[in-house]
Design a protein around this ligand. Structure first.
Ligand SMILES: NC(=O)c1ccc[n+]([C@@H]2O[C@H](COP(=O)([O-])OP(=O)(O)OC[C@H]3O[C@@H](n4cnc5c(N)ncnc54)[C@H](OP(=O)(O)O)[C@@H]3O)[C@@H](O)[C@H]2O)c1
Length: 274
């Protein structure tokens, strides 16, 4: 199988390295193209470095489009004349819909949205497919993406909320624990670095405990916050005050997501009409 990556930025570089590291595909079967050729020139001794996106598209069985939304349309136009009907296109962008892309190329297209935890092979990569993608294509893509962690298939319309839960969540969790760490600092002389380590290890330990013992959040709360005890005083405050913050958080992020999708559509269709 030949795998191509268009765009050697943050995501393209990471996916190329992960696939190569996993040895699922031989390096000589990995193709890469980038707008600024100088950025990929040094890869020529290891991978197939292409001068154009069309050259890559003519060779690859799967093409990952790892570029910003504004650049997707021109790439679809470039690869359209040369791409085989068996080649699977995989877009990494959540805002450009299958319907928008199908106006340019009526082809089998998947979306794959990895999370930052892919760096340590703990991604929960979201995938969705248009109706032309076969079950065999899905298996091939998911086997490939497994080198970065787990795969979650969602309907296209749930990719937004799915992204909040797995792609944005490392940021949300870090912000919440940053707030907790700052509050803790006001109440103790334990050095900041030690507070952070204690919180981090407790967070990871709690997650592992829940996963290994199949515990719900409520199971853990009930187990630790015994009636009339100290933990219960804290959990009462959290259940009373935090829902307002988290409801507001999702209201804001989803509103921003709708606006981003609208901007992407306007831009795509404006360019489409040219
Ligand atoms: N970053 C994340 O955490 C993340 C997570 C999930 C999904 N995504 C999605 O992944 C996509 C890529 O994001 P990114 O963060 O990797 O962006 P990025 O770092 O800006 O990289 C984009 C790359 O695309 C190249 N490019 C632009 N136009 C091109 C063209 N016509 N032909 C070939 N290459 C072209 C750019 O080349 P130059 O060297 O010339 O600039 C650059 O190397 C986005 O759609 C984003 O929404 C990102």
């Amino acid at each position: 199988m030949k795998v191509g990556l268009i765009g050697y930025g943050s995501m393209g570089k990471m996916i190329l390295e992960k696939i190569a590291e996993a040895k699922f595909v031989k390096c000589k079967d990995l193709y890469v193209a980038n707008r600024t050729y100088e950025k990929i020139e040094h890869l020529t001794t290891v991978f197939n470095v292409c001068k154009t996106n069309a050259e890559l598209a003519a060779a690859a069985d799967i093409i990952f489009i790892c570029v910003r939304p504004i650049d997707i349309k021109s790439i679809l136009n470039e690869i359209k004349p040369v791409i085989s009907k068996n080649t699977l296109i995989v877009s990494l962008n959540g805002s450009i819909t299958f319907e928008m892309m199908s106006k340019i190329i009526n082809h089998k297209i998947a979306k794959a949205i990895p999370s930052v935890t892919a760096e340590i092979n703990k991604s929960q990569t979201l995938v969705c497919y248009n109706s032309l993608v076969s079950d065999d294509d899905k298996i091939t893509l998911e086997n490939l993406l497994k080198c970065m962690g787990d795969i979650i298939e969602l309907p296209e319309e749930e990719i937004g909320m799915g992204s909040e839960l797995v792609s944005c969540m490392p940021g949300f969790i870090s912000a919440i624990f940053d707030v907790i760490s700052n509050s803790a600092k006001k109440h103790t002389d334990i050095p900041e670095q030690q507070i952070i380590q204690m919180l981090l290890r407790t967070m990871v330990g709690t997650g592992n405990l829940m996963l290994e013992k199949c515990l719900s959040f409520n199971d853990v709360v009930t187990r630790v916050a015994t009636k009339g005890g100290i933990t219960e005083e804290g959990t009462k405050v959290i259940y009373e005050m935090l829902p307002k913050v988290t409801d507001e958080m999702f209201d804001k992020t989803l509103e921003k997501r709708v606006q981003t999708a609208k901007n992407a559509r306007d831009n795509f269709e404006q360019k489409f009409s040219k």
